[in-house]
Design a binder for this molecule. Sequence first.
Ligand code: GLN
Length: 189
Amino acid sequence: MNIGVLSLQGAFLKHMQLLKQIGVNPIQVRYEKDLLNLHGLIIPGGESTVLSKLIMRQSLYEPMEKFISKYPVYGTCAGLILLSKIIENNKIVKSFEKLDISVKRNAWGRQINSFITNLDIKEFGKPFKGIFIRAPKINKVSPKVDVLSSFNDNPVMIRQQNFLGTTFHPELSNDYRIHKYFIGMVQEC
Ligand code: GLN
C-alpha cells in the first residue's frame, strides 16, 4: 500500500518515519506525478497559510482535489485546516472544504501556549498523548461528522466518511494507533 505525505512544509518527515515503522510505504508528494499510484494521503501540520501558497505554486490544488474526492485523506493540525469547510479567521488559505466543520486557527493561543494532554479516543482503550502546537479549535461540527475525541468539550479528532482530522500531532507521540486507524480506512476504501 502506498500512502502519500504532502511534503512541502511542516512535519512530513515524522509521518514518513512512523508509516515506515508500521510497514507502510510512504511517498513524498511534491508534484502532481507523485499522486499517481497512491491509496491515501496525509496532509501534515505546519503552517496552513504557507502550505496553501505552496500547493498553488506547485500547481497541486486541482490534482489534489481530484485525488481527495476518491481516496481517504488524513489532515493533522494545519492539514485539518486545509480540509475544513469554514476557516473563521482566514483570508489566505484555500481549503479543499471536505470536513463539515468550522475552525479557528491558533485558537488555543501562541506557540508558548502549546500543550500536551491525555486524550480518550473512541474505541481506542488507553489514552493517547495529544500534542497540540498552535492548534486550531473546531468550533462547530455538522451532524455528518463523527467526533472521535474531545478535549474540554472541543472536538479534537473527527471523521467524516473518507476524511480523518486531528487538531494535534500524533506523529510526535510515538504511538501508532491513529496512523493504523487511518490505514484501516484506506484498506476499507
Ligand atoms: N497554526 C498553524 C496554522 O494555522 C497550525 C499549527 C500546526 O499545524 N501545528 O496553520
